[in-house]
Write a protein that binds this ligand. Sequence first.
Ligand SMILES: *Cc1c(COP(=O)(O)O)cnc(C)c1O
Length: 242
Amino acid sequence: MVKMTNIKKNIDKIKAQIHHACQQKDQLNDFNEQSKVTLLAVSKTKPASEVEKAYYAGQYDFGENYLQEALNKIKALDHLPLCWHFIGPIQSNKTKQIATNFSWVHSVDRAKVAHRLNEHLSSDLSLSCHKTHNQDTLLNVCLQVNISDEESKSGVSLNDVFSLAETVNNCDKLVLRGVMAIPAKNAPVDVYKKMHALFLQLKALYPSVDTLSLGMSNDLDIAIQNGATMVRIGTAIFGNRT
Ligand SMILES: *Cc1c(COP(=O)(O)O)cnc(C)c1O
């Protein structure tokens, strides 16, 4: 028996969980600012038909890790007004397709990649290539930070993040929106607090910074309690990946 995933039910449940976490956080805060958290549905390994179901359940933002798989879905769902986010590791020879097909990239972790993304959007050539989704020719960028200091995870180190931020900010086609991290499983709360502090520091330096991309199916609450403004949820919406 194949277990059917009720995508709409899952999205409603996650939205309620986000709302609840925001309320808890706002109650603890002295100032009267209401938390707002964007739900990014991570659809990697899931077919376009599942993304379409999520869209009809009210979901617009989708995250993908693997370029070729993502391009197939972007093409198949061209008729829907979706916002695509690239969240996977970036090979520098894939930057053109990323820059021209996605509205957001969460995983910029080195200057070379930033420069290449920018060049593809700046060159006259890119105007003649069939740009499907990213019509506005500006690319929203989050810097992926290696916060848990694991060798296996990609991301810029805390030491280098400010210089990379400056590089991205100096790229005319890139908009520095913030930082992204994938904390290790069961990471201590300090890791989340460190990311929040970094986000606030960058926000003070660059007016375009408004995004702390932090929190997945298993750490959504702790991420929101520590200031996440965007959570990336796969399993809790689309079910387990095989
Ligand atoms: C797969 C993935 C997610 C979603 O993870 P879940 O645990 O399925 O919610 C979020 N962010 C990134 C970068 C991912 O690769």
